[in-house]
Write a protein that binds this ligand. Structure first.
Ligand SMILES: Cc1cc2nc3c(=O)[nH]c(=O)nc-3n(C[C@H](O)[C@H](O)[C@H](O)COP(=O)(O)O)c2cc1C
Length: 338
């Protein structure tokens, strides 16, 4: 089965095609450090055989947090805890990525300096952000670079830049949240500039042989917002900077989204085919036959299981066992899977 075949991208070789996508656990504290919860939570998925684990949104600046319990990578003091986490996940056979994130106008922390491309609130429940000046842009771009440098020190195999779900980078990309009239707004090239600058700075410290990937929302599901055709054009402009695209959707504005198993797979397929870049498909996928269908029909290169892995951390081991074929299992669990 293709799902249990190895996959290599740059210097990173995965044991299988299953990815744990970033999922905020809001289980740190105001300091943003890794806690016992994170060690147990992520290690359970590593022991369970997950090929690639991408750590939840990790803020590159304190004002880039969604909540005061987010993980952070805005200071050197974060490196130690992350290093220990990465070492143990690797010991149990997973490769480990980190999602570098900035919440922009979706920062939900009272008293933070909430910033965005334009002073437009996400909704009535959020504060109105301050429109970023050129100095703010430089600062945030540099924060992503420093975050990447720390991620390298901590030993992560992969960086995912969070460009989805209505957070800061997505806010620059979408004409619904970006009303700027300088070189960061207006035309598509201008709206992509902030992301291009971040990618450039991250690449200046992140080794060429390690994968750098981008998470996007392929559709805003709203008039005047990004749709898949515009996302294809965006990817064309940035694909030389990234090795893979993790294809999600929505989150920029409140809107009705029709969700069903695989609802975002056609986006991953289109980006893969039209932009000629590997993709990760995600979205209400839980059945192995569905995963195999996606892989065998070349609709995506990897498949992420989010909530399914929250319910079932040993998805990979259990699915291997159900095939009745011989696979390797952690030594400690040998008696359960023989
Ligand atoms: C509890 C939870 C937290 C999430 N946090 C993040 C996050 O930190 N970054 C991100 O890009 N997506 C986040 N997501 C979205 C997931 O990565 C994934 O795309 C989504 O859950 C759809 O996949 P699923 O149907 O397999 O769960 C989160 C989802 C859940 C359920």
């Amino acid at each position: 089965m293709q799902v249990f075949e190895k996959y290599k991208i740059k210097d990173m070789e995965l044991e299988n095609r299953i990815v744990m996508p970033p999922m905020c656990m809001y289980s740190s504290d105001n300091e943003g450090e890794i806690k016992d919860f994170h060690r147990i939570h992520y290690n359970a998925r590593a022991l369970g055989g997950t090929g690639l684990i991408i750590q939840e949104a990790t803020a590159v600046e304190p004002r880039g947090r969604i909540s005061y319990r987010d993980l952070g990578i805005w200071d050197d003091y974060h490196i130690d805890g992350q290093k220990r986490l990465v070492e143990s996940l690797k010991k149990y056979g997973s490769k480990v990525g980190i999602q570098l994130a900035h919440a922009g106008r979706k920062c939900g922390i009272r008293d933070e300096d909430v910033i965005a491309p334009s002073a437009i609130a996400f909704s009535g429940d959020y504060v109105s952000p301050r429109a970023m000046g050129k100095e703010d842009i430089k600062e945030v771009v540099n924060a992503f670079k420093l975050g990447a440098k720390r991620a390298l020190e901590a030993g992560y195999d992969l960086i995912e830049i969070h460009g989805a779900h209505g957070y800061l980078i997505h806010e620059f990309l979408s004409p619904l949240s970006n009303k700027r009239d300088d070189e960061y707004g207006g035309t598509l090239e201008n709206r992509v500039r902030f992301l291009k600058e971040i990618a450039g700075e991250v690449k200046s410290v992140w080794p060429e042989e390690k994968p750098l990937i981008l998470r996007v929302s392929a559709s805003d599901y709203a008039d005047g917002g990004i749709d898949i055709d515009e996302m294809i054009k965006i990817i064309e402009l940035v694909k030389s900077d990234f090795d893979m695209i993790h294809v999600s959707s929505g989150g920029l504005v409140l809107t009705d989204m029709k969700v069903y198993p695989g609802y975002q797979v056609s986006f991953a397929e289109k980006i893969r085919q039209l932009c000629n870049i590997p993709t990760i498909a995600v979205g209400l996928i839980k059945e192995i036959d569905h995963v195999e269908d996606i892989l065998n029909n070349n609709r995506a290169d990897l498949v992420a299981l989010g909530r399914e892995l929250l319910r079932n951390p040993q998805w990979v081991l259990n699915e291997k066992y159900k095939t009745g074929k011989k696979y390797s299992y952690p030594d400690q669990y040998f008696r359960a899977y023989r």
